[in-house]
Design a protein around this ligand. Structure first.
Ligand SMILES: NC(=O)c1ccc[n+]([C@@H]2O[C@H](COP(=O)([O-])OP(=O)(O)OC[C@H]3O[C@@H](n4cnc5c(N)ncnc54)[C@H](OP(=O)(O)O)[C@@H]3O)[C@@H](O)[C@H]2O)c1
Length: 243
């Protein structure tokens, strides 16, 4: 039996679903019998990733969206999810990315904008669309954002990343306070380094066993959307593995 039987039949929107963490969250939600609406930048790579994971494509709604812009298209997609499933219960904002920019006084403006857009604006725009539907349908929803350990303090050469993930934490706290009266919880997880092929390639000599796996993070996220976490909101949970 599933660990959280109450999740069966719930409807979840997952952004960045074709990425390393996104596919692990998709797999764990699918195993919990949650109905899925998946968003990513490129539909072809998302579909390919789902096929590799042996996930049945015909049971899922898929949207190819750039979540940094075209608010109307994002709202339209959520409208499509509600028309198809009747509601949205859960949102996991996984879409994000990383780019170091060098010291602030030498950093290109584009790096700053890219980090703020891909990490903070994606979560803002998709959350806004989903929350309007949750409030309208009186859904006691669950929202989980992906911040990062680097959100807690600035480090040299990654100011844009660090600031954008700090913004995710402040967004999480503001939304948790705004939505408490509706019974909607909003939390964040803070990974350090996730054990991904890209990170292994860029740091081949590190002890990879100390990094947190996407599957382990997905388990924490599943807990946060379950009834067991109904009284947790506004939290930023460190999920560092042994790093
Ligand atoms: N990897 C780490 O060590 C680490 C550490 C701390 C926090 N995090 C955070 O954890 C999350 C997942 O990381 P990950 O390693 O799984 O990243 P990933 O493999 O790069 O997955 C991110 C996904 O988001 C998609 N995406 C990017 N920009 C988008 C946009 N504008 N609109 C819609 N989708 C977009 C990407 O599409 P494309 O591939 O087509 O760009 C990709 O499928 C991110 O928020 C990341 O910042 C990661």
């Amino acid at each position: 039996m599933a660990i959280y039987p109450e999740l069966a039949g719930k409807v979840a929107v997952i952004s960045g679903a074709g990425g390393n963490l996104g596919i692990a969250v998709t797999r764990s939600f699918h195993a919990a019998d949650i109905k899925l609406a998946l968003v990513d930048l490129r539909e072809d790579s998302l579909r390919q990733r789902l096929r590799e994971a042996n996930l049945a494509l015909d049971q899922m709604l898929i949207g190819a969206l750039d979540l940094t812009q075209k608010r109307a298209a994002i709202d339209e997609f959520i409208g499509r999810v509600v028309a198809h499933y009747g509601k949205v219960d859960i949102l996991v904002n996984v879409a994000g990315g990383f780019k170091a920019g060098g010291p602030v006084h030498e950093m290109d403006e584009e790096v700053w904008d890219f980090m703020m857009n891909i990490n903070a604006k994606t979560a803002f725009l998709l959350s806004a669309a989903v929350v309007r539907s949750m409030v309208a349908h009186k859904t006691r929803g669950r929202i989980v954002n992906i911040a990062a350990r680097a959100a807690l303090s600035g480090l040299p050469t990654i100011s844009g990343y660090s600031a954008s993930k700090s913004a995710v934490l402040r967004l999480t706290e503001s939304m948790a306070a705004e939505l408490a009266e509706y019974g909607i919880t909003v939390n964040a997880v803070m990974p350090s380094v996730i054990d991904t092929p890209q990170n292994r390639r860029s740091d081949p000599n590190a002890d990879h066993s100390r990094w947190v796996t996407p599957e382990s993070l997905a388990e924490v996220i599943l807990f946060l959307v379950s009834d067991s976490a109904r009284d947790i909101s506004g939290a930023a949970i460190p999920v560092y593995g042994r790093a």
